[in-house]
Design a protein around this ligand. Structure first.
Ligand SMILES: Nc1ncnc2c1ncn2[C@@H]1O[C@H](COP(=O)(O)OP(=O)(O)OP(=O)(O)O)[C@@H](O)[C@H]1O
Length: 581
């Protein structure tokens, strides 16, 4: 059973074992509740002795009280075991599940995140896992536990009187078949509702993230109207689902209740025919009370278990996604980056890079320039294995990056993006992300080299100031200087600067240029810049246009050549004299 549960609900091996124990504990607790009823029957038998004339059990009142206490203790122990096995194990399993998913996401290529949006993934990790917690602690063990205890008690009843057992148990398959038969409809509806819910949470997230632009463009009303319609669609869908689910569960529970009627009627008939003892009849009545109770709850749980299977499917889709792997001990022969006939596209039927070949040498600055959308950032991302090249090879130090474990590869690379990602932590810790074991002194030195000291000293608690979510308390230039400090601290042999100085004013840019000059000494530097003066001192310029290398050479040679590079440089020189009016 453990293996089956593990497979069916995508559990860990331990999770499968724990859930099996929880199921058995639930079944035992259900069966345990029959004992006091049995005691009650014996007590009744004794009381009715003068009427029935049958010989009852030789036990006094004290004996019955003692037995009752014993059974209460037994029930308490069984319930305690059930609680321990189900709740503690289920929280442990869902914690493991979240960690497993997060670990998986760490290794999945970035292309995956283009297919699944953030709201979808957050729902999988948070809401689906929370649902699984309830499923492991309630729905699944209670459902299977009730079925097991029913099978156990039902078997005993057949031995006692098979006709009465039939009258008692026929309703169970009928009720479950009614519920199971409607599953495809419920499944379809539930999938549709899930999409609506994701669209609504996506909308809410987008609204919060873009509130500034929505307000600035006076789109508040139309945006909120759209969001409202998504939320109303969820509300309507949920009501529809609940109504349908509720009606089906109630119908199945009513079928189940019919069993009580057939048991009483069959019992009464058999007793008048003198084919059934009163005591046996009473035992069946007790069994009916004990069997139908947990089963009625289980019919509620059944639809929840179906929902759980949908969540499992979504989690499995994440878990089965292929990861980027590679060797962790690849020997690199220097740090030249070579693009060798590289081809790449984000989606089918499009070409972002086509037959791109160039070399970025160690100890040199190689600048990627060209028109917007030409593929500069994409080319740089392939070197860091954020995506994998589809055609050709990208190598660092002679080793193909596809064959190097991504985390190992990134130990050799510092990347500074235009969109800086900061964490809601102190300035000190945000810089220390560059190198976890760096001392405070080293962090401060990196901050100094990246021209951060001036603004850090103005912060209320200096390096210990928390900078808000994604550094909301800092300006664009300050955020960018922090990310450069991070890269300085990491001190990796390969540096990728993707529009790293774009948010800086001219004064800060020249200050940062000197910091960057320190950072890049004797390293392989790949720099992407739109401002031609930023790359005028580069050793080599590669012009990427429409995903192809259009020009390649030193800045002077390319300027002399009079091609795209020259055109862009001249255009920018002219635009410097431009002013409104
Ligand atoms: N994550 C992505 N998913 C899908 N398409 C993308 C993605 N990133 C970039 N693209 C597309 O790939 C093409 C090249 O983009 P890329 O960002 O590499 O160009 P770029 O030269 O760096 O542009 P820019 O100078 O404007 O930053 C563009 O058409 C862009 O729309």
């Amino acid at each position: 059973m453990s293996k089956y549960l593990q497979r069916r609900f995508a559990l860990s091996e331990q999770g499968g074992k724990d859930l099996t124990r929880a199921v058995l504990a639930c079944a035992a607790a259900n069966v345990g509740l029959i004992f006091p009823m049995g005691l009650l029957i014996l007590f009744l038998e004794k009381l009715l002795m003068p009427v029935t004339g049958e010989k009852g059990m030789e036990m006094g009142l004290l004996g019955f009280v003692g037995m009752s206490v014993l059974f209460l203790l037994l029930i308490f122990i069984l319930q305690y075991i059930q609680y321990n096995k189900t709740f503690l194990a289920s929280y442990q399993e869902s914690a493991n599940l979240r960690i497993r998913l997060a670990e998986k996401l760490r290794k999945i290529p970035l292309s995956f995140f283009g297919k699944r949006d953030l709201a979808d993934l957050t729902t999988t990790i948070m809401a689906d896992c929370a649902w699984m917690e309830t499923a492991f602690s309630h729905f699944i063990p209670e459902l299977i536990g009730a079925l097991l205890s029913t099978a156990f008690v039902g078997l005993g009843m057949f031995f006692l009187d098979w006709k009465m057992a039939l009258a008692l148990l026929w309703v169970i398959p009928a009720a479950f078949m009614l519920s199971a038969g409607t599953r495809p409809v419920i499944d379809r509806l539930e999938r549709r509702e899930k999409c609506k819910k994701l669209a609504a949470s996506d909308g809410i997230q987008e609204c919060i993230e873009n509130i500034q632009d929505i307000k600035a463009n006076n789109q508040r009303e139309s945006y909120l109207k759209d969001l409202d319609s998504k939320i109303i669609a969820v509300e309507k869908g949920t009501v529809k689902m609940e109504t349908l689910n509720g009606s089906l569960v109630t119908a199945s529970q009513m079928v189940l209740r019919l069993g009580m009627a057939t048991t009483v009627l069959s019992g009464a008939f058999l007793m008048t025919e003198r084919k059934l003892d009163l005591m046996v009849f009473l035992i069946f009545m007790v069994a009916a009370a004990r069997i139908y109770g947990p089963l009625t709850g289980s019919l509620n749980n059944l639809s929840a278990v179906y929902s759980t299977l949908l969540q499992v499917e979504r989690m499995r889709a994440v878990e089965e996604e292929p990861v980027q792997d590679g060797a962790e001990t690849k020997q690199l022969n220097g740090y030249d980056i070579v693009y060798d006939h590289v081809g790449f596209s984000y989606h089918q039927n499009e070409t972002v890079l086509e037959d791109v070949s160039f070399c970025a040498r160690q100890g040199q600055v190689t600048a990627l320039v060209g028109p917007s959308g030409g593929g500069k950032s994409t080319a740089a991302r392939l070197a860091a294995r954020f995506w994998d090249a589809e055609k050709g090879r990208v190598t660092i130090g002679g080793a193909e990056v596809k064959e190097i474990d991504p985390e190992h590869l990134l130990k050799h690379i510092s990347v500074v993006f235009q969109d800086v990602m900061l964490f809601n932590n102190t300035v000190m810790e945000n810089i220390r992300i560059g190198r976890k074991d760096a001392s405070d002194k080293e962090v401060m030195e990196a901050a100094k080299a990246a021209q951060c000291m001036e603004f850090i000293s103005r912060l209320p608690e200096g390096f210990q100031t928390r900078i808000g979510e994604n550094g909301s308390a800092l300006s664009g230039g300050e955020r960018q200087r922090l990310s450069i400090a991070r890269a300085l601290l990491k001190d990796a042999p390969v540096i990728i600067l993707d529009e790293a100085t774009a948010s800086l004013d001219v004064e800060n840019e020249s200050l940062i240029q000197s910091a960057i000059s320190n950072l890049i000494r004797s390293k392989t530097v790949l720099i992407i810049a739109h401002r031609m003066r930023t790359v005028a001192q580069a050793d080599k310029i590669v012009v990427l246009k429409d995903g192809k290398v259009a020009e390649e050479g030193s800045p002077e040679a390319l300027y002399q050549k009079g091609g795209i590079y020259r055109h862009m440089t001249d255009l920018q020189n002219q635009s410097q004299n431009w002013s409104i009016g």
